[in-house]
Design a protein around this ligand. Sequence first.
Ligand code: UDP
Ligand code: MG
Length: 357
Amino acid sequence: MDIGSGASSVGIGAGAPRLSVVAPCFDEEATLPEFVRRLSAACEAAAPGDFEIVLVNDGSRDATWPCIRAMTLSRPGIVGLNLSRNHGHQLAVTAGLARARGERVLVIDADLQDPPELLGALMAKMDEGHDVVYARRRSRASEGPFKRASAWLYYRVLRSLTEVEIPHDTGDFRLMSRRIVDRLGEMPEQDRFLRGMVAWLGGSQCELPYDREARFAGKTGYTFAKMARLAVSGVTSFSILPLRLAATMAAAGALGAAALTVYVMFGFLTGRTAPGWTSLALIVIFFSTVQLACLGILGAYVGRIFLQVKGRPLYLIDDIVSSNAPSIVSGSATERADDEATARPEAPHLERLRGGR
Ligand code: UDP
Ligand code: MG
């Protein structure tokens, strides 16, 4: 079993392809054949015969993994990673990025909401000298009003809270240079909000507008809970303003308490002590709300510190298959990783990170 440390496990070396594509797949059996067909055509046009497609099975409950394995036998340039369970979209992409060897790496959803045909334009834009070309959603007609409105609001709130300029209306559909992918691999954080991390890295980043299409088949794997978790990660990974907000609320609460004390004492001294139930109830409600809010905010950060301190691997890979080495299909992932490590020496920072585990 191969473990992810947040760092690339395979550095670029001799024979690295010009382009790698990383696609996380969760219950995508109905879409995969059409996705790989369209994506392969786009890669063939952009980097003829010099690309690899890394398909990461993120603990799918359907036949996604058998489908990926079959593809490695029938098509060139496919690498399949099978995570040990559903680790979530961001970690599936992280696992794929760690395996991608290309000089440029495209991250794309496997449900065909991100059109693979945009690859040519993304490559052309990167030729102008950019480190990252992210695709910005000009329209997202296929998504419901709730998702659109919440995304619109979220990215604007996030931007006002963080110092890093995380672009509006973008997902993880983007083309990145090897330098950015390596630097991303060096960031050891457990709680990964990739689009923010890429923005944090800086360099020359530019956008390319596109129209987000409807899902080809199946339904979204992003449940409300997963979306909410990603949204909180975005804020807690890039801003400590909410912690300061907790302090502000506590200060406001103290002012309120002082005013209430004056009011209560005044009533007591003038002998107008009311039965007091209403004011007592209001006081209790007010302070419990402020305290719970502060505790909730603290909890969001402390929980993340706890996860980080444990230093667990980010994900676990059970199997790796590849068009170039179909015999690996039944081999263990460790064997494969070791083979690759001897064939291509790792970058020093990657060895350091691995050694730390
Ligand atoms: N996905 C994943 N793990 C998950 C959920 C989603 O790997 O736990 C993949 C999914 O197969 C797709 C991409 O991430 O390729 C985006 O997910 P989805 O389409 O469900 O999200 P949405 O586009 O609705 O935000
Ligand atoms: Mg989708």
